[in-house]
Design a protein. Structure first.
Length: 399
């Protein structure tokens, strides 16, 4: 039997200085695939994500996911001892992820010149609302602002209703994914050059990138994408439809063949012969007719019957699921998308598994988020600090 291979990022050391979501999520993704991640928090002001959202027995549940696979320590970077200790840590690290406002690390003499002098191979990922320069760089920035500024909110919602913001950290999540990719790109460059570099990640940019060709449309055609609710300007029928048992299903007909199958299924093959049915854009202009046909057929049947009929017809449909449905969904169960993690504070926890599967070197959740500062002494002792050193740092307020 072939011996198990180590996780692909084993040996990579990451210092997570960031708070809330985008930066910490990037570090979480690296930790999921074997990186050693050390979460560095202020001694008296821990990452606010620990208290964000619902908690159980006083323990924040969001943190249990965001803090997984991370050792936790405290350090006040504004104190001389904290600064000196971070530079010692930086000398042992491959990556630092931070999300202070531009100029904050520099104020503490911990900017790129000092960090790169301590470790020329270091990759410094700087995650901010608006980037490191420009007229908005020093403004406080959150995902909500990125969702508004990027154009996302402007195209989300019903045509006659206000712009709609997502009820979760969408821009932060997209930036977290992108930051992890950017870090790996910088590390690949380091493999060739031997030198680290700075990653400048602005929350307002990755979400704009995933919105599609809007800048190109506007540049070339002056076209501004409107709000269309659940409809698409590119195909129809497309949207969510209520079933007879008061649940919802989503239908997509991005492919012409699928659109034709749906019309056969709902008993309206005559519409396929209409001249406008031949392209998705033309079908979208006749969405009222198509929605009436599809919505009426679905409204007369239970969700179970609708899903079975669509599957038999090889047409694209999915139930609109809440988290209760997701946790019981057989496809998610087959993929092990929700996994169980044993936690010494709360017992067994079910949460999202690692983001993707690798056949030879898979990632894993080794532990859920740990208490504030739980590993401070262990990490600093490994760094070479003595008990007297730790006592002095605590006396200074640096730990």
């Amino acid at each position: 039997m072939t011996a198990p291979q180590p996780a692909p990022l084993t040996g990579l050391r990451v210092l997570d200085l960031a708070t809330l979501f985008a930066g910490p999520m990037a570090a979480t993704l690296l930790g999921d695939f074997g990186a050693e991640v050390i979460k560095v928090e202020h001694p008296t002001k821990p990452d606010p994500s620990r208290g964000h959202g619902p908690s159980k027995d006083g323990v924040g549940l969001w943190w249990k996911m965001l803090g997984r696979n991370k050792r936790t320590m405290t350090l006040d970077l504004s104190r001389p001892g904290g600064r000196a200790t971070l530079l010692r840590l930086a000398a042992t690290a491959d990556v630092i992820v931070e999300n202070f406002r531009p100029g904050t690390l520099e104020k503490w003499d911990l900017g790129w010149p000092e960090l790169s002098a301590a470790n020329p191979r270091l990759v410094l990922a700087r995650v901010t609302g608006f980037g490191q320069f420009g007229p908005s760089a020093h403004r406080p920035g959150f995902g909500t602002l990125a969702e508004a500024m990027s154009g996302f909110a402007a195209i989300t919602g019903e045509p006659d209703a206000p712009p709609t913001l997502p009820p979760f950290g969408l821009a932060d999540a997209i930036a977290g994914l992108t930051t992890a990719y950017a870090v790996m790109t910088a590390l690949a460059a380091r493999d060739r050059t031997g030198e680290g570099q700075v990653v400048d990640m602005a929350l307002i940019e990755p979400i704009l990138a995933v919105l599609g060709p809007q800048p190109l449309w506007y540049d070339q055609l002056g076209h501004v994408q409107p709000r269309t609710g659940n409809r698409s300007p590119n195909n129809a029928p497309r949207g969510v439809y209520r079933t007879a048992d008061d649940t919802w299903v989503a239908v997509s007909t991005s492919a012409q063949s699928v659109a034709e199958r749906v019309m056969h299924l709902v008993g309206r093959p005559d519409l396929i012969d209409e001249p406008w049915f031949a392209t998705g854009a033309d079908r979208a202009r006749h969405a009222d007719v198509l929605d009436e046909a599809v919505g009426g057929w679905i409204a007369a049947r239970t969700r179970t019957d609708v899903l079975a009929a669509f599957e038999k017809a090889e047409a694209a449909v999915a139930p609109v699921q809440d988290i209760r449905d997701v946790m019981a969904d057989p496809q998610y169960q087959a993929l092990n998308t929700i996994t169980t993690v044993d936690d010494p504070e709360l017992g067994p926890l079910r949460m999202q598994n690692v983001l993707f599967r690798l056949s030879a070197t898979p990632g894993a959740i080794r532990w859920a988020g740990r208490p504030h500062g739980a590993d401070t002494d262990e990490v600093l002792t490994e760094l070479g600090l003595s008990p007297d050193d730790l006592t002095a740092l605590r006396a200074e307020g640096a730990l």
